[in-house]
Design a protein around this ligand. Structure first.
Ligand code: NDP
Ligand code: GDR
Length: 371
């Protein structure tokens, strides 16, 4: 009998990679997707299986983390061996605009899952993975950050995730459930949401390199993050649920890089070397040299500028994780380093915008004004 997994947030970056991984391991995968007025399954369309066929192993259910009865029904119907709770309003900056919704979906949503499993009498059967985050560390208390570093959340998102973290620990201790937290540091990929900083940069670099955009406007260039590849991180999620005992794990690379250096690396992928001048909101990134044979940018051209609109009311300055527990107990090591990640992301965006440009030039494409 194949194992049954239920993934909330299957339409997101991690959900897509995790679904692919679990299907490759022979799982039957159920996913929860939200009803939207447009199709929102782009990231998993390549995994689609026609429900009329035999031996279908991927099934999507409409649902929402703010709807308890819906979650109870789906968990009752699917009787999962493993639940991966990845659904969340996951954008830190947006959480300052939507704090109550974020608390409801990211905080109480986790409680709804745990409580559904308990109410349905599945505490012995169903293992639960909670998508916890390095944002819990917030204001720097110590580096590198490990499973024992104290939390100091700095956004409505992080505070909601802190509730989710502790309610997961509490249900594990109170009801002896296999409920675990993966404290994952930032992880990216070509599937990363377009408004997170890495993807915003790689998309901007691709468009500038194709003559489709002049400049990228960013917020705090000094922030430092421990960036890994989502593909490596979903492997860790799975390993966390295969342990004999439920425990919490930090998943990170142990290397930290500033947003400014990420920008430099991404431009370098398309043959543009940058230098930065000025400070804070007056800082700019200008072309030092351009060696791409397909296009020319003159030395001194400004391609990066700071827009304080992207500053956060409270910032997380420095994240760098200590993954030694995961390496030792899970036998997990990341396969990608940052240069390989940046290279893959830039190449994917260049390819996508090259196609878009061709379509536009042939009169087929209407620009999305709100991107
Ligand atoms: P994404 O933003 O790409 O995906 C989030 C998913 O959650 C989407 O499928 C989204 O649906 C769904 N979702 C949002 N709100 C609800 C809701 N109310 N009910 C049901 N589904 C909902 O995030 P990632 O894949 O990057 O991250 C996965 C999880 O891991 C998140 O919980 C995130 O907070 C956490 N995390 C992420 C890290 C990272 O660096 N990526 C690091 C640490 C933790 P839709 O497609 O319809 O919007
Ligand atoms: P983060 O990711 O907040 O770490 O949360 P994000 O990519 O949004 O920001 C990283 C850092 O870059 C700075 N920054 C900008 N950020 C955005 N989005 N846009 C900009 O223009 C910009 N300029 C500078 C930010 O201030 C920040 O310091 C991500 C999410 O995936 C969370 O769900 C997850 O929990 C954490 O990673 C770990």
């Amino acid at each position: 009998m194949s194992k049954v997994a239920l993934i909330t947030g299957i339409t997101g970056q991690d959900g897509a990679y995790l679904a692919e991984l679990l299907l490759s391991k022979g799982y039957f995968v159920h996913g929860i997707k939200r009803r939207a007025s447009l199709f929102n399954t782009d990231r998993i369309d390549h995994l689609y299986q026609d429900p009329h066929e035999k031996n279908v192993r991927l099934k999507l259910h409409y649902g929402d983390l703010t709807d308890s009865t819906n979650l109870i029904r789906i968990i009752q119907e699917t009787q999962p061996d493993e639940i991966y709770n990845l659904a969340a309003m996951s954008h830190v900056h947006v959480s300052f605009e939507e704090p109550e919704y974020t608390a409801n979906a990211d905080g109480i949503g986790t409680l709804r899952i745990l409580e559904a499993v308990r109410l349905l009498g599945l505490t012995r059967k169903t293992r639960i993975y909670q998508a916890s985050t390095s944002e819990l560390y917030g204001l720097v208390q110590a580096i590198p950050q490990s499973e024992t570093t104290p939390f100091y959340p700095r956004s409505p998102y992080a505070v909601a995730k802190m509730y989710a973290y502790w309610i997961t620990v509490n249900y594990r201790e109170a009801y002896n459930m296999f409920a675990t937290n993966g404290i994952l540091f930032n992880h990216e990929s070509p599937l990363r949401g377009e408004t997170f900083v890495t993807r915003k940069i790689t998309r901007g670099v691709a468009k500038i390199s194709l003559g489709m955009q002049d400049k990228i406007f960013l917020g705090n260039l000094n922030a430092q993050r421990d960036w890994g590849h989502a593909k490596d991180y979903v492997e860790a999620m799975w390993r966390i649920l295969q342990q004999d005992k439920p425990e919490d794990f930090v998943i990170a690379t142990g290397v930290t890089t500033s947003v400014r250096d990420f920008v430099r690396m991404a431009f370098s992928e398309v043959g543009i070397e940058l230098e930065f001048h000025g400070e804070n909101e007056n800082e700019v990134g200008v072309v030092l040299s351009c060696s791409n044979p397909d296009f020319q940018l003159e030395k001194g051209k400004e391609v990066v500028a700071v827009d304080p609109r992207y500053y956060r009311p409270t910032e997380v300055d420095l994240l760098v994780g200590d993954p030694s527990k995961a390496m030792k107990k899970l036998g997990w090591t990341p396969k990608y380093d940052l240069p390989a990640l940046v290279s893959e992301m830039v190449a994917a965006d260049v390819e996508a915008f090259r196609k878009e440009k061709l379509l536009k030039e042939s009169g087929y494409y209407v620009k999305n004004q709100f991107e």
